[in-house]
Design a protein around this ligand. Structure first.
Ligand code: MN
Length: 224
């Protein structure tokens, strides 16, 4: 079944092909996670396409974790295919932008890191990829800066600026397209600023990025 993301100002949705995520991309978040690789190249992981969740949804508290955490991220929607895309040509491959959350089972992610296992159990689970409506680049222009923030129950937890990315959007597209052929329908979550933390059932999350409105997600009880 196709997975469709909403497009701002359009009746036509965006059919999602793949969901890519950048592992670490803001210095203050790397430091809060006590990681050492501040200048390493970007690395990528994927979430299942059907883990996408729309704005306004309530997600089940996920299975197998006691540390369910949020990471607010700028999401880039790819509109044009390409391999080995040059940095200065990357913007031509962008369809638009959205606000997303890279939900994480942090305890499982840390265990995977410590045991040198894949990150999959920590990152690639059901309902782990909320994504708000995609704002076409035709309306927003290329986004290279602007505030990004997340609050839980009205209390701000994360705050940063898109301009603080270690690898900017064009560099991410260039790098990712050396490893995979990008196709229309791909989403790229571009990393999170500092302030990540846990949520529990009943919490209400609100994310804001300048020019992209807000994304609201509630956390429900564990699925029966
Ligand atoms: Mn992330």
């Amino acid at each position: 079944m196709p997975v469709i993301a909403a497009v701002k100002g359009s009746q036509n949705g965006f059919e999602v092909r793949r969901i890519y995520c950048v592992g670490r991309n803001y210095l203050d978040h790397i430091r809060e996670m006590k990681e050492a690789d501040e200048r390493d190249p970007p690395f990528f992981f994927q979430k299942p396409t059907d883990s996408l969740v729309a704005d306004g949804a309530t997600v089940d508290y996920p299975a197998a974790t006691k540390d369910f955490q949020f990471e607010v991220e700028l999401v880039v929607a790819v509109g044009k295919a390409g391999r080995n895309i040059a940095v200065d040509a990357a913007a031509k491959h962008i369809f638009g932008y959205a606000i997303g959350i890279d939900f994480t089972r942090r305890d499982l992610q840390r265990e995977a890191r410590d045991r040198a296992w894949p990150w999959e159990m920590g990152k690639s689970f059901d309902q782990s990829a909320p994504c708000g409506p995609i704002h076409p680049i035709a309306g927003t222009g290329e986004i290279t800066g602007g505030a990004i923030s997340l609050s839980v129950n009205g209390v701000q937890k994360q705050k940063g600026d898109i301009g603080q990315m270690i690898w900017n959007v064009a560099e991410i597209i260039a790098n990712l397209s050396k490893q995979y052929r990008l196709e229309p329908g791909d989403l790229i979550y571009t990393g999170t600023p500092a302030g990540v933390g846990p949520v529990v059932p009943g919490d209400k999350i609100e994310c804001v990025i300048d020019g992209l409105g807000a994304l609201r997600i509630a956390v429900g009880p564990a699925a029966a």
